[in-house]
Design a protein around this ligand. Sequence first.
Ligand SMILES: [Zn+2]
Length: 213
Amino acid sequence: MTKYNIPVQVPVGVSNKHIHLSQNHLEQLFGPGHKLTELKPLYQPGHYACKEVLTIAGPKGIIPNVRVLGPLRSQTQVEVSRTDSYLLGIKPPLRDSGDLEGSAGCILMGPKGTVVLEEGVIIAARHIHCSPEEAEALQLKDKDRVNLSVAGERSVIFNNVLVRVAHGLRLELHVDTDEANASFLGNSDFAYILEKSTEKEAIPLVVKEFQKV
Ligand SMILES: [Zn+2]
């Protein structure tokens, strides 16, 4: 196991619920020929929040004004927290981005139309992004896992966090609002990589031996 003598500081990005759209769905929801309008850039180069918002509907409720993020993707992906999912009355699985097969469905409502999404709603698994140069400096490869610590009054350890290495991206930890709230994390905070995990998957901690008192 690679253990860093000095923990590696990583900026935290808290992902609120958001929507990535396919070209097809964009036009169904906002009208033929519609183009995404950039509202503000995100921390990751090339990624941006859009002026466009949608309403997500489920069997139990709706969430209006959910931000669309650009650029477009090959498949529509809706990312919500577990708290959001209770409000909607759906049961999205915890997944890595892009792994959508058999995920939950919802209805997306836009100004010019509605899309019934059979699948595509997930609770995104926490992950860190980094560039190939940063990965090399940290002796990490794409799909490695790391353990991170969050300091503060609600200090936690995030185990087996997926590492995603890609050109043009930079070091950042992505957690959802439930994880951020549980650990009092905000967008200007930092987490610290303690070590490379020996796990190749996000295996839940299993307590094999314990005592009762
Ligand atoms: Zn991310």
